[in-house]
Design a protein around this ligand. Sequence first.
Ligand code: 5GP
Ligand code: MG
Length: 177
Amino acid sequence: DIKAKIVDEEGLRRTITRLAHEIIEKNKGSKNIVLIGMRTRGEFIAERIKNKIKEIDNYEPPFGVLDVTLYRDDFRTRLKQPEVSVTNITFDINEKDVILIDDVLYTGRTARAALDAIMDLGRPNTIQLCVLVDRGHREMPIKADFVGKNIPTSINEEIKVKLKEIDGEDSIYLVNA
Ligand code: 5GP
Ligand code: MG
């Protein structure tokens, strides 16, 4: 159940705008950028950032999607093992600055698996991680280059990201798991 509404529609719009500005600033423009969203909600966040970059910098970066499937690693370890597969990345990533975009960063295992999938596609100049929410509890040496909101969670809390495209509203909630 819901503990707190952290971000509303207006707040989410401002956050996306700031992330787009930060990405453009760090990369000295958008011309060498490609965007890759992690299905499901990372895809919609990436698409919004793409549209905002176009608005700001008058250039629409190439945009692709990675699929994530979660497997139980082993009943003894209880760890989830994310498997990332490439679906529709039709552009060249060689020498590009790849912006990997997801809704929530938690243990870092999904991002780590995504790095493998991206590097199988070519040799990018850089890979940068952009997340809407960093909820802490990292288990891998992964950090995000661009963070929408830092929302530290306790072990029994989760983040609910709602996006108009699939959830009918734009908001971020802290919930009891
Ligand atoms: P990690 O692999 O870093 O443990 O978890 C990140 C992935 O799991 C992301 O793809 C994200 O969508 C999902 N995830 C992990 N924790 C949460 C959470 O609290 N809320 C939401 N909405 N997704 C989460
Ligand atoms: Mg996800």
